[in-house]
Design a protein around this ligand. Structure first.
Ligand code: SAH
Length: 241
C-alpha cells in the first residue's frame, strides 16, 4: 500500500526500528485518519530522512510502528534564518508555517521597538513548523526560537552571517540583493506592522553584514513581506537555483 500520511516523530529512525507513538499521534493516526495494524505511514524526525513504516500495534492511547526502508535522505535547507517581529496570532502562525515551507533553517521571533507582542507561544509555533514540514514533504523542521530583543540579537550577531534587512522606507527604491555575494549563512529581517524605528534603522545600516533590500514599490504586510523576501533570497542564493 502506498503511504500518504507523513508523521513527525522524535524517535530515532532506522531499519527495523520500533517507534512508539504518543497519545496525540495515536489519536491522529487511528482515530482521525482511521489507520490500523498493517497500514503504512511515512515518518521523519528531522535528522534521519524519511522512512516507510507499518503500524504494528494500534490503541486508543498509543501504538507502535515498525520502520521499513528509507524513502528519502535528509534534505537540509540552506543556512537561512528568518527573523521577524511577531504580529497578531493568526498572522504570526502564517509566517512560521510559510517559513518552514519556504526552507528556513531557523525561525527567530524578535522584539523590535514597535512590536506589540510581549510574548509568544513558542511550543504552538514550533507545532506549526512541524505541521508545515509534514505537509510539504520536508525532512527537516526549523527550530522556532524564543522571543528575543532585536538589540540583543544584533549584539550577539554571529560572525560571517549576512543580513537581508527589509526596510519599508526603501519601498520603490531599486535596492536588490547584491548580485556578487556568496551564499552561506544568511538571515532575513522583517519588521512589525509599525515598521522600524529610526534608531533601529541606523543601527542596522551600520552593521557591516547588513544589506538593505526593497521588496518592490508597495508596502507589504509583514506576513506577505516574509514570504516575498524568502522567495527573493531562495531564487538568488538558496536551493531554488
Ligand atoms: N507601518 C509601516 C510598514 C511596515 S510593513 C509603514 O507604513 O511604513 C512590515 C514589514 O514588512 C516592514 O518592517 C519591512 O520589514 C517589510 N516590508 C514591507 N514592505 C516592504 C517593502 N516594500 N520593502 C522592504 N520591506 C518591506
Amino acid at each position: 500500500m502506498n503511504a500518504k500520511i507523513r508523521l513527525f516523530v522524535e524517535h530515532p529512525l532506522g531499519p527495523g526500528q520500533s517507534v512508539p507513538l504518543t497519545r496525540e499521534q495515536a489519536h491522529y493516526l487511528f482515530g482521525v485518519m482511521r489507520q490500523g495494524v498493517g497500514d503504512a505511514v511515512l515518518l521523519f524526525n528531522g535528522r534521519d530522512g524519511e522512512w516507510r513504516a507499518v503500524v504494528r500495534e494500534a490503541g486508543k492511547r498509543g501504538g507502535v510502528l515498525g520502520c521499513g526502508e528509507r524513502t528519502r535522505e535528509l534534505m537540509m535547507p540552506p543556512d537561512l534564518w528568518l527573523l521577524f517581529a511577531p504580529i497578531k496570532k493568526a498572522r504570526t502562525d502564517f509566517i512560521v508555517e510559510k517559513a518552514a515551507e519556504m526552507g528556513a533553517a531557523r525561525i527567530v521571533p524578535v522584539q523590535t521597538e514597535f512590536t506589540n507582542a510581549e510574548r509568544i507561544r513558542q511550543d504552538r509555533l514550533q507545532a506549526h513548523a512541524v505541521e508545515a514540514a509534514e505537509q510539504c514533504g520536508g525532512t527537516f523542521v526549523p527550530e522556532v526560537g524564543s522571543l528575543q530583543k532585536l538589540d540583543r540579537v544584533l549584539a550577539d550577531w554571529p560572525a560571517g552571517r549576512r543580513l537581508m534587512f527589509c526596510d519599508e522606507v526603501e519601498a520603490g527604491a531599486n535596492r536588490n540583493l547584491p548580485a556578487n555575494v556568496d551564499a552561506g549563512p544568511w538571515a532575513i529581517l522583517i519588521g512589525p506592522e509599525g515598521g522600524f524605528s529610526e534608531g533601529e534603522r541606523k543601527r542596522l545600516a551600520a552593521l557591516p553584514m547588513a544589506h538593505v533590500v526593497s521588496l518592490g514599490p508597495r508596502i507589504l504586510r509583514a506576513d506577505t513581506a516574509a514570504v516575498a523576501a524568502m522567495t527573493l533570497w531562495q531564487q538568488a542564493l538558496g536551493d531554488w537555483r
